[in-house]
Design a protein around this ligand. Structure first.
Ligand code: NAD
Length: 432
């Protein structure tokens, strides 16, 4: 099939590369010339495990193409994916300006029947809005499909190749048939393609992300209670997760969730509630608990130093909002660094892949180190913020030797308190 993907970010690049991997002819288009130039030069503009190889294979096999020529890209595709950003506006609603601009231009230049697919996360009613915009520009027949993306950054290729489900929202039979054929190679073990109306598909995406965020905030709140009553959240978590009705996913307490999706999608769904004169009480609480949680680790630091952090130096291990990505959008590390700086401390930061993206958020308010051990020299404490694998079992003797104050603040509960106390550290976790 001939596929066009508009927007070559985390979602667009993975979508385009993975469709090319099953033999389709894919054109990825972006308005960001430097991004496209990098891809043409064989560079991958984002950090995402596994993407490099399939991009290389697609390009070498002449199945995957990158361009800034929007009009030619639209004309060449029979299925056109919109994968542009939908960032939050001031009032929490999703900013659909990029989607609308793209839809209008598709309408202006399309030359035959097209299936236009919204892969961006968009509020209920967007498929109808895109239909309206395109119809105003063209006489050609077209269908609009809502096909929300559920991939996780850091495991995006695998998630795309082996999806839990693929949601197709449309009532156009031709479009359903084409989408079924396109996704058929990804349905190897069983058919997990769910066809529904577009509003339900649009809402499925927001409801899924909101549910996952709810689990995290719930556990963060219980973890805070554990700290107060002397219980251990790790034990509580295991006790809960072994109930099959609950399961073990997304029950890990930490420093709050971030990233480009959960915070923004929660806000957008709350906004949809407001527009429909309905208060989304649970989601309001989920967001409030999350904002609160981003300060919990620094409160522990402050308590340890009896309220005075002036002149102290702290080292952050991990800046990205989660392992496996360089995405810094709404990362809790931003709030944590700001809290420490406001309290008069100096902050050092290290991360295996996100130092460059972190600079975009934290500028030079943080001293950046590529060597996580060098970052500790003379520091008054180590704060673990992102659970990168190689941080799980580091050289604690070396850490002990480097720190001026032998204290560890484990924002992800990945270290063993008993072992560390034996080594002479003071250890703080979340709800343990
Ligand atoms: P991104 O910011 O990484 O990429 C968006 C790209 O679209 C950018 O490269 C931008 O230059 C391009 N773009 C914007 N306007 C354009 C135009 N008029 N023409 C051509 N290109 C244009 O965003 P992302 O993280 O890939 O997210 C895209 C959408 O997918 C969002 O709605 C997001 O909520 C959703 N989503 C993201 C993830 C994720 O993990 N990142 C997961 C599922 C869904």
């Amino acid at each position: 099939m001939r596929i066009t993907v508009i927007g070559t970010g985390y979602v667009g690049l993975v979508t385009g590369a993975c469709f090319s991997a099953t033999g389709n002819h894919v054109t990825c288009v972006d308005k960001d010339e430097s991004k496209i130039q990098k891809l043409l030069d064989g560079e991958i503009p984002i950090y995402e495990p596994g993407i490099e190889r399939i991009v290389q294979e697609g390009t070498a096999g002449k199945r995957l193409f990158f361009t800034t020529d929007f009009d030619a890209a639209v004309r060449s595709g029979e299925i056109i994916f919109i994968a542009v950003g939908t960032p939050p506006r001031e009032d929490g609603s999703a900013d659909l300006s990029a989607v609308e601009t793209v839809a209008k231009r598709i309408g202006e230049v399309m030359n035959e029947y097209k299936v236009i697919v919204n892969k961006s996360t968009v509020p209920v009613g967007t498929a109808a809005r895109v239909t309206e915009i395109v119809s105003a520009e063209t006489e050609h027949r077209f269908a609009v499909v809502s096909n929300p993306e559920f991939l996780k950054e850091g495991a995006a290729v695998n998630d795309f190749m082996k999806p839990d489900r693929v949601v197709i929202g449309t009532d156009d039979e031709d479009a359903i048939e084409l989408m079924r054929a396109l996704y058929h190679p990804f349905m190897h073990r069983s058919d997990r393609l769910l066809v529904m109306d577009a509003p339900s598909a649009e809402l499925t995406k927001y409801a899924s992300n909101s549910m996952l965020a709810t689990r995290i905030s719930f556990m963060n709140e219980v973890a805070r209670l554990c700290d107060k009553v002397g219980a251990n959240i790790e034990m509580v978590r295991r006790g809960m997760a072994s109930d099959r009705r609950i399961g073990g996913h997304f029950l890990f307490p930490g420093v709050g969730f971030g990233g480009s999706c959960f915070p923004k999608d929660l806000r957008a769904l709350r906004h949809t509630g407001e527009q429909n004169e309905m208060s989304m009480t649970i989601l309001d609480a989920v967001s409030a608990v999350n904002e609160r949680q981003k300060h919990v680790l620094v409160e522990k630091v402050t308590q340890h130093f009896n309220g005075d952090l002036s002149g102290k130096v702290f080292t952050l291990w991990g800046l990205a909002f989660k392992p496996g990505t360089d995405d810094m959008r709404e990362a809790p590390s931003i709030t944590i660094a700001q809290d420490l700086i406001e309290a008069g401390a100096t902050v050092r930061g290290t991360d295996p892949v996100s130092i460059e993206t972190a600079k975009g958020e934290l500028n030079d308010s943080v001293e950046y180190f590529t060597d996580e051990y060098a970052a500790l020299d003379g520091s008054d404490g180590l704060l673990l913020l992102t659970e990168w694998n190689h941080y799980r079992s580091p050289d604690f003797d070396r850490i002990h030797g480097s720190l001026r104050t032998k204290v560890l603040f484990d924002g992800r509960n990945i270290w063993d308190r008993k072992l560390l106390e034996k080594k002479g550290f003071r250890y703080y976790g979340i709800g343990v």
